[in-house]
Design a protein around this ligand. Sequence first.
Ligand code: COA
Length: 372
Amino acid sequence: MTATRGLEGIVATTSSISSIIDDTLTYVGYNIDDLAEHASFEEVIYLLWHRRLPTKAELDEIKKDLAENAELPKEVLDHFKTYPIKQVHPMAALRTAVSLLGLFDPEADEMTEEANYRKAIRLQAKIPTIVTAFSRIRKGLEPVAPRKDLSFAANFLYMLTGNEPDEIAVEAFNKALVLHADHELNASTFTARVCVATLSDVYSGITSAIGALKGPLHGGANEQVMKMLTEIGSIENVEPYIHNKLNNKEKIMGFGHRVYRKGDPRAKHLRKMSEKLTKLTGEPHWYDMSTKIEEIVTSEKGLPPNVDFYSASVYHSLGIDHDLFTPIFAVSRVSGWLAHILEQYANNRLIRPRAEYTGPGKQQYVPIEQRG
Ligand code: COA
């Protein structure tokens, strides 16, 4: 038995949800470029869960279901107030709150297809409310209740700030949600599938996935990108800063990918949005610094930017706190996790690979009194 480090190149399951072939990403056969330009995030949720685009009536129905399930149990809101709020990262708060949410769902362990679909709706609807409520409570503000008349993207920004967002912000945020919704067998999706393949419940699967997304090599990278841009501070500092990192063999967050070679097809959309939004907010230096970093890392390391690189300056331009960038990734990616969880249940087999043993050979047990 020989191990493959990081399971690189291993095909671990079949799936009809999304595919990456020749650096092209599709959801159920629809090119991500088309969806980013034309689709609402609600349409994409429907597409991932049903493997076809909705009719107008079906879209209205899923929108209504999401809107009606967005409120949180009072116990979950109250629970935030017991956290050591200044030291809690919002991803840790989200992970705990999703687990807690399961305790208040009487259907949490009901494993029929219908009950699991109802839980998918509840989780998709409530995760934005968790992220925005936590963000407000830690600032000493009251949470803003979800509104039923707003789109998914608009409602998130509304619950975050208490103000109805403008059209440009909604369009940008919707596009970011569409681009992050699913990504084949990425680390957090694989985590979710491994968890529920034991026939554990949906809440456990999503809690596990949030834990995997939190790491800086996965979803946590977008927050680290903004940290790097802030540290660099101005365009003149880009070259020495990046060269110093590369010379020290440190990774540049937001670059590289396990699967893409020529480039991440999502990055160009975020790059365009970053250019537009940073100009509109009067802070074009974030975009200028980002393109300069891209120039250096691409030419010196041959590594193109991934989805996290330009999403950092996009979210910053929307006025979003930097430590909420990864929870926002979860607000979108939960749609993909849920699609994969439902797919796993529908054709389940326990996921249990092997390990190549590298420890000592046969040893003789020595009673404790005789050990030196
Ligand atoms: N900056 C600098 N060098 C990088 C790099 C980066 N962002 N990403 C990969 N490399 C280098 C590694 O140092 C390694 O070089 P070596 O062979 O000389 O040791 C080589 O490229 C392979 O990297 P490795 O970490 O083994 O690739 P991977 O397929 O396991 O990892 C990522 C993929 C995404 C985890 C990796 O590219 C990375 O850590 N990127 C930064 C974090 C990030 O943006 N994550 C979000 C992904 S969407």
